[in-house]
Design a protein around this ligand. Structure first.
Ligand code: AMP
Length: 181
Protein backbone atom coordinates (compact mmCIF):
# COMPACT_ATOMS: atom_id res chain seq x y z
CA UNK A 1 0.00 0.00 0.00
CA UNK A 2 1.24 3.50 -0.83
CA UNK A 3 2.34 5.28 2.35
CA UNK A 4 0.31 8.35 3.33
CA UNK A 5 1.88 11.71 2.68
CA UNK A 6 2.64 12.17 6.36
CA UNK A 7 4.23 8.70 6.70
CA UNK A 8 6.24 9.25 3.54
CA UNK A 9 7.62 12.63 4.54
CA UNK A 10 8.14 11.72 8.20
CA UNK A 11 10.31 8.79 7.08
CA UNK A 12 12.38 11.14 4.93
CA UNK A 13 13.17 13.54 7.82
CA UNK A 14 16.15 12.71 10.04
CA UNK A 15 16.03 13.44 13.76
CA UNK A 16 19.27 14.36 15.52
CA UNK A 17 19.07 14.26 19.33
CA UNK A 18 20.85 16.92 21.40
CA UNK A 19 21.64 19.22 18.44
CA UNK A 20 22.50 22.09 18.59
CA UNK A 21 22.30 21.64 22.37
CA UNK A 22 21.20 19.00 24.90
CA UNK A 23 17.47 18.30 25.01
CA UNK A 24 16.68 19.51 21.46
CA UNK A 25 15.48 17.03 18.85
CA UNK A 26 16.72 18.64 15.64
CA UNK A 27 14.47 17.83 12.67
CA UNK A 28 16.91 17.67 9.78
CA UNK A 29 15.28 18.11 6.36
CA UNK A 30 18.50 17.63 4.36
CA UNK A 31 17.56 13.95 4.00
CA UNK A 32 14.16 14.95 2.61
CA UNK A 33 15.75 17.46 0.22
CA UNK A 34 18.16 14.76 -0.97
CA UNK A 35 15.34 12.32 -1.75
CA UNK A 36 13.99 13.21 -5.22
CA UNK A 37 10.52 11.76 -4.68
CA UNK A 38 10.05 13.20 -1.17
CA UNK A 39 11.32 16.64 -2.24
CA UNK A 40 8.95 16.82 -5.20
CA UNK A 41 6.02 15.56 -3.15
CA UNK A 42 6.72 18.16 -0.44
CA UNK A 43 6.72 21.05 -2.89
CA UNK A 44 3.66 19.75 -4.77
CA UNK A 45 1.70 19.42 -1.52
CA UNK A 46 2.77 22.77 -0.07
CA UNK A 47 1.67 24.75 -3.12
CA UNK A 48 -1.36 22.66 -4.07
CA UNK A 49 -4.10 24.87 -2.50
CA UNK A 50 -2.60 28.05 -3.94
CA UNK A 51 -2.00 26.99 -7.55
CA UNK A 52 -4.82 29.02 -9.10
CA UNK A 53 -4.48 32.11 -6.95
CA UNK A 54 -1.98 34.18 -8.96
CA UNK A 55 0.56 34.39 -6.15
CA UNK A 56 3.05 37.15 -6.97
CA UNK A 57 5.87 36.29 -4.53
CA UNK A 58 7.10 33.51 -2.31
CA UNK A 59 9.13 34.91 0.61
CA UNK A 60 11.62 32.46 2.16
CA UNK A 61 13.26 32.70 5.58
CA UNK A 62 17.04 32.16 5.59
CA UNK A 63 18.29 29.55 5.03
CA UNK A 64 16.11 26.45 4.61
CA UNK A 65 13.17 28.61 3.60
CA UNK A 66 15.23 29.63 0.54
CA UNK A 67 15.43 26.06 -0.76
CA UNK A 68 11.76 25.28 -0.24
CA UNK A 69 10.58 28.75 -1.24
CA UNK A 70 12.62 28.81 -4.45
CA UNK A 71 11.08 25.53 -5.58
CA UNK A 72 7.59 26.71 -4.54
CA UNK A 73 8.01 29.98 -6.45
CA UNK A 74 9.02 28.08 -9.57
CA UNK A 75 6.01 25.80 -9.25
CA UNK A 76 3.64 28.76 -8.79
CA UNK A 77 5.29 30.89 -11.50
CA UNK A 78 5.91 33.47 -8.77
CA UNK A 79 8.92 35.58 -7.87
CA UNK A 80 11.11 34.81 -4.85
CA UNK A 81 11.94 37.21 -2.00
CA UNK A 82 14.72 36.39 0.50
CA UNK A 83 14.22 37.35 4.16
CA UNK A 84 17.72 37.38 5.62
CA UNK A 85 19.67 37.93 8.79
CA UNK A 86 20.69 41.56 9.11
CA UNK A 87 23.59 42.86 7.07
CA UNK A 88 23.41 40.34 4.21
CA UNK A 89 21.30 42.20 1.66
CA UNK A 90 23.07 44.81 -0.48
CA UNK A 91 20.30 47.32 -1.26
CA UNK A 92 18.04 49.44 0.99
CA UNK A 93 16.28 47.23 3.53
CA UNK A 94 13.45 47.17 6.05
CA UNK A 95 14.23 45.42 9.32
CA UNK A 96 12.42 43.85 12.27
CA UNK A 97 13.73 42.65 15.63
CA UNK A 98 12.45 39.42 17.16
CA UNK A 99 13.07 37.40 20.30
CA UNK A 100 15.09 34.23 20.40
CA UNK A 101 15.29 31.87 23.35
CA UNK A 102 18.26 33.92 24.57
CA UNK A 103 18.30 37.53 23.42
CA UNK A 104 17.08 39.15 20.21
CA UNK A 105 17.95 39.02 16.53
CA UNK A 106 16.95 41.00 13.47
CA UNK A 107 15.82 40.00 9.99
CA UNK A 108 15.43 42.13 6.91
CA UNK A 109 14.31 42.25 3.31
CA UNK A 110 14.80 44.68 0.46
CA UNK A 111 12.45 47.65 0.68
CA UNK A 112 11.44 47.28 -2.97
CA UNK A 113 10.94 43.49 -2.87
CA UNK A 114 7.17 43.73 -2.30
CA UNK A 115 4.65 45.98 -4.01
CA UNK A 116 1.69 46.83 -1.74
CA UNK A 117 -1.15 44.40 -2.46
CA UNK A 118 1.18 41.61 -3.66
CA UNK A 119 -0.19 38.17 -2.86
CA UNK A 120 2.61 36.46 -0.94
CA UNK A 121 3.30 33.01 0.51
CA UNK A 122 5.84 32.71 3.32
CA UNK A 123 8.02 29.58 3.51
CA UNK A 124 10.27 27.94 6.09
CA UNK A 125 11.11 24.35 6.99
CA UNK A 126 9.64 24.25 10.49
CA UNK A 127 7.42 26.21 12.85
CA UNK A 128 8.16 25.86 16.56
CA UNK A 129 7.24 28.81 18.82
CA UNK A 130 6.36 30.83 15.71
CA UNK A 131 8.56 33.76 16.72
CA UNK A 132 10.61 33.70 13.51
CA UNK A 133 7.62 33.38 11.18
CA UNK A 134 5.65 35.99 13.14
CA UNK A 135 8.42 38.54 12.64
CA UNK A 136 8.60 37.69 8.93
CA UNK A 137 4.82 38.11 8.58
CA UNK A 138 4.90 41.47 10.37
CA UNK A 139 7.69 42.67 8.11
CA UNK A 140 5.80 41.58 4.98
CA UNK A 141 2.54 43.11 6.22
CA UNK A 142 4.33 46.37 7.02
CA UNK A 143 5.32 46.53 3.33
CA UNK A 144 1.70 45.99 2.29
CA UNK A 145 1.85 42.29 1.41
CA UNK A 146 -1.36 40.30 1.33
CA UNK A 147 -0.04 37.09 2.95
CA UNK A 148 -2.16 34.27 1.56
CA UNK A 149 -0.47 31.58 3.68
CA UNK A 150 2.60 30.63 5.68
CA UNK A 151 3.84 27.16 4.64
CA UNK A 152 6.11 24.82 6.59
CA UNK A 153 7.04 21.18 6.13
CA UNK A 154 7.04 20.54 9.90
CA UNK A 155 4.84 21.73 12.77
CA UNK A 156 5.81 21.28 16.41
CA UNK A 157 2.23 21.81 17.68
CA UNK A 158 3.13 21.64 21.38
CA UNK A 159 5.00 24.95 20.98
CA UNK A 160 1.96 26.87 19.72
CA UNK A 161 3.45 28.67 16.71
CA UNK A 162 0.46 28.09 14.45
CA UNK A 163 -1.87 30.12 16.68
CA UNK A 164 0.56 33.04 16.71
CA UNK A 165 0.52 33.22 12.91
CA UNK A 166 -3.22 32.69 12.63
CA UNK A 167 -3.70 35.60 15.08
CA UNK A 168 -2.14 37.82 12.36
CA UNK A 169 -4.89 36.71 9.98
CA UNK A 170 -2.56 34.39 8.06
CA UNK A 171 -3.47 30.81 7.10
CA UNK A 172 -0.90 28.20 8.14
CA UNK A 173 -0.16 25.09 6.05
CA UNK A 174 2.03 22.29 7.42
CA UNK A 175 2.56 18.71 6.22
CA UNK A 176 3.89 16.71 9.19
CA UNK A 177 3.80 17.06 12.96
CA UNK A 178 6.20 15.96 15.68
CA UNK A 179 5.21 16.09 19.35
CA UNK A 180 7.51 17.73 21.87
CA UNK A 181 10.17 20.22 20.90
P1 AMP B 1 10.49 29.36 16.03
O1 AMP B 1 10.81 30.81 15.79
O2 AMP B 1 10.56 28.96 17.47
O3 AMP B 1 9.16 28.95 15.37
O4 AMP B 1 11.64 28.50 15.33
C1 AMP B 1 11.63 28.27 13.97
C2 AMP B 1 12.99 28.35 13.35
O5 AMP B 1 13.97 27.65 14.10
C3 AMP B 1 12.96 27.71 11.96
O6 AMP B 1 13.70 28.52 11.06
C4 AMP B 1 13.56 26.34 12.17
O7 AMP B 1 14.39 26.00 11.09
C5 AMP B 1 14.35 26.43 13.47
N1 AMP B 1 14.03 25.34 14.42
C6 AMP B 1 13.39 25.49 15.62
N2 AMP B 1 13.27 24.31 16.26
C7 AMP B 1 13.83 23.36 15.44
C8 AMP B 1 13.98 21.93 15.53
N3 AMP B 1 13.55 21.20 16.58
N4 AMP B 1 14.59 21.31 14.49
C9 AMP B 1 15.01 22.01 13.40
N5 AMP B 1 14.90 23.34 13.27
C10 AMP B 1 14.31 24.03 14.27
Amino acid sequence: MRPTLEQDLTAAIRTIPDYPKPGILFRDITTLLGNPRAFRRTIDELVHPYAGLKIEKVAGIEARGFILGGAMAHQLSAGFVPIRKKGKLPHETVRIAYSLEYGVDEMEMHRDAIVPGDKVILSDDLIATGGTAEAACRLLQRMGADIVAACFVIDLPDLGGRKKIEALGVEVRTLVEFSGH
